[in-house]
Design a protein around this ligand. Structure first.
Ligand code: HEC
Length: 120
């Protein structure tokens, strides 16, 4: 009987310990929790990112020759192309010729999109 109690309590302890481990968001979603501070604000997150990674080809002056005539400079232009922006950066076809954007950068645009693309 005593042995059974020891076995049972060991089992319960293991279950509890595993419960703690698997509930921890850090272990479940390592990339997401690293982006916890991302709010999806247009002026401070989305726009600066687009300027750095996309504007060289997608500015009003460059787009015709090097950006497939797609201009991604203003709020309206970025908003109008958002679905395509997300699909191309997730597929890493954009930035053209460059490395895939970091997870947290993609998340900035995704979160802005999920928030309803406010001009904030
Ligand atoms: C080196 C130049 C260059 C850079 C940098 C670049 N693009 Fe492009 N982009 C292009 C060209 C050229 C096209 C036209 C289609 C093609 O040739 O692939 C294009 C097309 C697109 C399209 C339209 C795709 C479609 O299916 O219609 C989107 C959306 C886009 N780019 C978004 C971005 C975003 C977002 C970034 C920054 C993360 C970016 N691009 C960076 C050159 C570039």
């Amino acid at each position: 009987m005593e042995r059974l109690i020891i076995k049972l309590s060991t089992l319960i302890l293991i279950v509890i310990a595993q419960g703690c481990y698997y509930d921890a968001e850090n272990y479940l979603y390592p990339s997401n929790s690293a982006c916890d501070s991302v709010k999806g604000v247009f002026s401070t997150e989305v726009k600066p990112l687009m300027d750095v990674s996309c504007k060289s080809c997608h500015s009003a002056t460059a787009a015709a020759t090097s950006g497939g005539a797609i201009i991604l400079e203003t709020y309206d232009q970025i908003k109008a192309n958002n679905a395509k922006i997300l699909s191309t950066i997730n597929a890493a076809t954009m930035p053209k010729g460059g490395a895939k954007l970091p997870v947290c950068d993609i998340r900035k645009i995704q979160r802005w999109f999920d928030n309803g693309m406010p001009n904030n």
